[in-house]
Write a new protein. Structure first.
Length: 247
């Protein structure tokens, strides 16, 4: 076979694997996050995500908010926490299947790992690769505290005030609250820096992922309140879950 024939075959293989006009069609030969980043326009700190321990030993749960148009959601982790968390070459993709929370309003990955690591969640939206800030897994050195300790004040009809002990975990930097109904539908999802939240008063809310105005609570109906106290490195130190109803 002549040299021209080899060249044609080689060219055909390259064209079959990737289109130079669309980098998204390139077949990656490397599972590092760095190999994905170099081919995309990226936006950092634009995926809301955090992680907590589980009641199962060595299991961690990584929670994230998949915006409506998010596609190609991926999970990346480092080999341990000793590496540079800001070097994307240290992150390797793991093929984990995500699970729905609150009927898919949020999602989670479950990961069994005896080692603490750094984790990044990515997805694509409108042609841009969005990345979470690095999430520090701490299930070996600072396990998540699971609790139901919560105060509910119903002084204002159908707008209960939820409050909790702020000093329980000093590392908590921000609090994520979810009010959901008995069917597990998310009614409101908010972040506060204060250790209280009133349904549905966003005066002290610093970040709101509630898409539509929440419905009024129904007297006598069953609801659930979920709280995550999150540190600056996106580890959930405190997780409170408590059912409630209003008069």
């Amino acid at each position: 076979m002549g040299s021209n024939s080899y060249y044609i075959i080689f060219l055909f293989v390259i064209i079959s694997c990737a289109s130079s006009d669309d980098p998204g069609n390139i077949v990656l030969t490397n599972d590092s996050l760095d190999s994905l980043v170099v081919m995309n326009q990226i936006e950092v700190d634009n995926v809301i995500a955090c992680a907590s321990a589980s009641e199962n030993e060595n299991e961690v749960i990584i929670y994230f908010y998949p915006r409506v148009d998010a596609t190609d959601i991926r999970y990346y982790e480092t080999k341990d926490v000793e590496v540079d968390k800001n070097n994307y070459a240290n992150y390797t993709k793991k093929d984990l299947q995500s699970e729905d929370i609150f009927k898919g309003y949020l999602k989670k990955f479950k990961r069994i790992t005896p080692k603490e690591k750094w984790v990044i969640i990515s997805f694509k939206e409108d042609g841009i690769l969005h990345l979470s800030n690095p999430i520090r897994l701490k299930h070996r050195t600072q396990n998540t505290v699971f609790s139901s300790e919560l105060t509910i004040d119903e002084a204002t009809a159908l707008m209960p005030v939820f409050s909790w002990e702020a000093s329980a975990i000093p590392e908590d930097a921000i609090y994520f609250q979810v009010v959901s109904d008995a069917q597990d539908e998310l009614l409101s999802g908010t972040y506060t820096e204060e250790s209280s939240f009133q349904y549905y008063n966003i005066a002290n809310v610093v970040l709101n992922i509630t898409v539509v105005t929440p419905p009024s609570l129904i007297p006598g109906a069953d609801y659930n309140f979920t709280l995550m106290g999150v540190s600056e490195d996106n580890w959930v130190n405190t997780l409170i879950e408590k059912p409630f109803s209003v008069e």
